[in-house]
Design a protein around this ligand. Structure first.
Ligand code: G6P
Length: 368
């Protein structure tokens, strides 16, 4: 990787566009394409068939990747997951079983709270697996096993390609652990591996929404608050969308599980507030649609990210629609991440903010 911006205005734009390539490379490291199976390049440090739970820890975007991973570990490996914000975990004296497994996620491998969580887990007799982007980092060195994301150097402060590569590794880990636990048979695994292998191409296609996102960003740049909604794996992606937007455009944004709309944020909805609904065609799409109707009925500014049929159905109600292709529901969030990242990026650009170096934020937070 050459550390320059190439033809891009910002590293963040370059890194968003690198995702088809780096996600493909990362998947190739953890999948055996010919047999259609997950193939980890290491032995896991515990017998996962006997594992009663998995603790996942991280900060910022890495935490959000872990939250999405929870859905996959539960679904493919039937493994209970505790997902923890590292700065909470390290001070809570959590009851951890000796011989259990803690999974740390960190792009830099140097985040102080995540590193402290690693040491805390070890003190409790846990084995430690980390998903890291920097092979020589402290977290990588202190882990029993470091599972590398092959994203290459990430320069933009707001994480983009490291996030989707973290998701790729987590999905592969969930498959490998699912097989070891007897939760996934060969045919099911082959089907999921094929779905994963299709992702780089789908991510490349999703980048075509950029000009549509640019015009949407000109509208978002005028507001003070944005709400993101999603269900299932689109819920962590809603958190990530809100985090990205506030990090680099300084617009206040919140991500919510769509089902929680009626428990609070619905009170905020008016003609000034864009509500970005992440609505892939998955098992809960009908529920998400009823949330979209609730937003529209209250005069909210509905912006949807979904397939062409959904965009057609909401042509009258939605102020804007970002149309995505057909994607296997379990992994739609890895593709829908592209418009989510581009919305934040282009809004920051329209507002004249430095997307690569947002105020007050550091790429790697090595002190508390
Ligand atoms: C900082 C960065 C974020 C990142 C977080 C965790 O807040 O600005 O982009 O997600 O740290 O960093 P890590 O290197 O541990 O993934």
């Amino acid at each position: 990787f050459l550390i320059d911006k190439g033809n891009y205005r910002h590293f963040m734009a370059k890194e968003i566009h690198e995702q088809p390539e780096v996600v493909a490379r990362t998947l190739a490291h953890y999948l055996d394409m010919s047999s259609g199976r997950a193939a980890l390049p290491f032995d896991l440090p515990v017998d996962v068939a006997k594992l009663s739970r998995l603790t996942i820890c991280g900060c910022g975007t890495a935490y959000i990747a872990g939250l999405m991973g929870k859905y996959w570990f539960e679904r493919f490996a039937r493994l209970p997951v505790d997902i923890e914000i590292a700065s909470e975990f390290r001070y809570r004296d959590p009851p951890l079983e000796p011989g259990g497994l803690t999974l740390l996620i960190s792009q830099s491998g140097e985040t102080a709270d995540t590193l402290a969580s690693l040491r805390c887990a070890k003190e409790h007799g846990q084995k430690v697996l980390s998903v890291v982007n920097v092979a020589t980092s402290t977290i990588a060195r202190e882990s029993d096993i470091a599972a590398l994301t092959l994203a290459g150097p990430e320069i933009g402060v707001a994480s983009t390609k490291a996030f989707t590569c973290q998701l790729a590794v987590l999905a592969c880990l969930a498959l490998a652990i699912g097989r070891a636990r007897g939760a996934l048979d060969d045919a099911a695994e082959a089907k999921v591996v094929a779905e994963l292998m299709a992702l780089p191409g789908l991510i490349a296609e999703a980048l075509a929404c950029e000009s549509r996102v640019e015009s949407l960003a000109r509208e978002i740049a005028k507001v003070h608050n944005v709400l993101y909604l999603g269900r299932g794996t689109s819920y962590p992606l809603a958190l990530e969308g809100a985090l990205k937007l506030k990090e680099i455009s300084y617009i206040h944004a919140e991500g919510y599980a769509a089902g929680e709309l009626k428990h609070g944020p619905i009170a905020l909805i008016d003609e000034d507030m864009p509500v970005i609904v992440i609505a892939p065609r998955d098992a809960v799409i009908e529920k998400t649609i009823s949330n979209m109707q609730e937003v529209a009925a209250r005069g909210g500014r509905l912006i949807l990210i979904g397939d062409s049929a959904l965009a057609r159905d909401f042509a009258a109600e939605a102020e804007a629609a970002i149309v995505m292709g057909d994607i296997a529901p379990d992994f739609s969030a890895m593709v829908y991440a592209v418009p989510i990242q581009l919305i934040a990026y282009h809004t920051a650009v329209v507002m004249g903010k430095d997307a690569d170096q947002p105020r007050n934020l550091a790429k790697s937070v090595t002190v508390e």
